[in-house]
Design a protein around this ligand. Structure first.
Ligand SMILES: NC(=O)C1=CN([C@@H]2O[C@H](COP(=O)(O)OP(=O)(O)OC[C@H]3O[C@@H](n4cnc5c(N)ncnc54)[C@H](OP(=O)(O)O)[C@@H]3O)[C@@H](O)[C@H]2O)C=CC1
Ligand SMILES: O=C(O)C1=N[C@H](C(=O)O)C[C@H](O)C1
Length: 264
């Protein structure tokens, strides 16, 4: 039986790729494409919006169809609506939206008590593998003589509304946990003085149509290690999200991440 999937934010950059890839995947059935009723493309065929031709699936804000999983690539307010939809439908939730406020995060954690939730700032296989590699590096370098300075550089398209990326923040959280770092700063200006050891700095570049790139720098005295992972298009995220929906459908309630989905 194919996994029945709904998409929240279906007319967006990511939503369109989910429609384009999902309609070709025989192990899935796209049953609902949600957008808010004020969306300029509301009511249009989701396939036409995604550039794959008519699918007979329309951009709606309600459906009577049942679904096994809902995937959210929207905005914080949309994520809030997606959680409510998932709980009402007793469906698994794949939460991909970033830039969430604490209230949204709390709602997602609460929902995980009653439905399965896969929650990740990046659904990319190589990003989640790089996170594992960074944890190994952080553990190995946490007490290196002279210390290891960690800086995280992320690059995204000019349209991205949140900064730094959710992925960059997650990289920083994982590394900080391993190295006992407590300070997180965003950029530098003026005369901040010499850099303290227990600090991770984030730098966000916003140019053109970059689909996402992260470089994690471990700077020692005498040598530097950099781990870079970059997307060439958005399909790495979309395919990961569809895989997450198939993984989560039918799972017991709880909070899952992409390591669970990918077996990392
Ligand atoms: N986890 C991951 O792997 C990835 C996560 N992301 C994250 O996904 C999110 C979306 O990214 P992207 O697709 O580029 O953004 P877009 O702005 O292109 O898409 C968001 C879509 O959601 C719509 N929307 C706005 N408000 C609501 C609402 N209340 N309910 C439902 N839909 C709504 C937007 O409409 P409108 O245009 O009118 O605002 C738009 O169609 C971002 O937070 C991004 O960081 C992105 C890529 C990968
Ligand atoms: O907005 C984007 O495009 C992306 N956002 C996610 C994030 O904030 O980490 C994931 C990916 O980097 C693309």
């Amino acid at each position: 039986m194919p996994t029945k999937v709904a998409i929240n934010g279906a007319a967006g950059r990511m939503g369109q790729r989910l429609v384009a890839l999902g309609c070709q995947d025989k192990s899935l059935e796209l049953v609902a494409c949600f957008e808010y009723s004020g969306h300029p493309k509301f009511g249009q065929d989701a396939g036409n919006v995604a550039g794959v031709g008519e699918l007979g699936l329309y951009l709606v804000d309600h459906t009577d169809e049942s679904y096994d999983a809902i995937i959210d690539f929207s905005v914080p307010e949309g994520a809030h609506a997606a959680v409510e939809r998932a709980v009402t439908a007793k469906a698994a939730l794949v939460m991909a939206t970033t830039g969430l406020k604490e209230e949204h995060k709390a709602k997602i954690r609460e929902a995980a008590n009653v439905i399965p939730v896969v929650w990740a700032p990046s659904m990319s296989t190589t990003v989640n593998l790089t996170m594992k590699l960074c944890e190994i590096a952080a553990e190995a370098l946490k007490d290196v003589p002279g210390g290891a300075d960690v800086e995280i550089l992320e690059r995204h398209h000019r349209f991205k509304e949140d900064s730094p990326s959710g992925t960059a923040l997650r990289f920083g959280e994982l590394i900080a946990n391993k190295m006992g770092i407590t300070r997180h700063i965003h950029g530098r200006e003026g005369r901040p003085g010499a850099r303290p050891h227990d600090e991770i700095a984030y730098h966000a570049i916003r140019t053109g149509d970059n689909p996402g790139e992260h470089t994690i720098i471990f700077g020692l005295l005498g040598e530097t290690m950099e781990l870079t992972v970059r997307a060439s298009n958005r399909d790495c995220y979309a395919s990961g999200a569809l895989q997450a929906a198939k993984f989560a459908a039918g799972k017991p309630p709880g909070l899952y991440n992409m390591n669970d989905v990918l077996g990392l």
